[in-house]
Design a protein. Sequence first.
Length: 171
Amino acid sequence: TDGDPAALSTAELALGSAAKELNDLPTALRHVRRALQAAERAGLVVHAARARLVLASVLLPLGNPTAAAREADRAEPALRGGDLGRLYAQRAVILHVQGQLEAALELYRRALPVLRRAGDLLYEAKVLNNRAMLYSSRGALVAAGADLRRVEQLAAALGMDGLVATTRQNL
C-alpha cells in the first residue's frame, strides 16, 4: 500500500470480504476492523462507511444484530448510489433475521431499484434470493418463484455456477 491509507483500507476490506465469503468470520472481523480503522484515521468517510457496511454483515452471523444495525446506521450518511442500495439490503437482512418481515420486505423492495440503477447485479441477485426466502416462508410461492428465476438468470450472467445450482434447488 506504500503508506496510502485508502489502498490499505481497500485491501483490508477485500481480505475481510473474502474471509466472510469463506465463512471465516473471525478473520473477516479482524480485517474489516483494520479497514475501518485505517479509513477513520485518514478521514476517509466513504471508505469507513463501506467498511461499516461489511462489518454489519459480519456481526449479524456472529449473533449480534443490534451491533450490525448500529454499524449500518453509522454508515448511511456517507453512502450513495449502489452503496446505499447495499445498505438497504443489509438492513433488510437484519430485520429479516429479527423476524420483522414486513419491514424487511419493504427494504428489499427499496433496495432493488437503487441496485439496478447502479448495475449491481450481484447484490440484486442477493436481494432477490433473500426476498424469495421470505416469500417462501409466507407461502407466497409464485412471488418466490419469480424472484428465484431472476436470481438464476443473474447468477448465470455473472458466471456463478454455485448460485445457479442453489437457486435451481430452491426452485
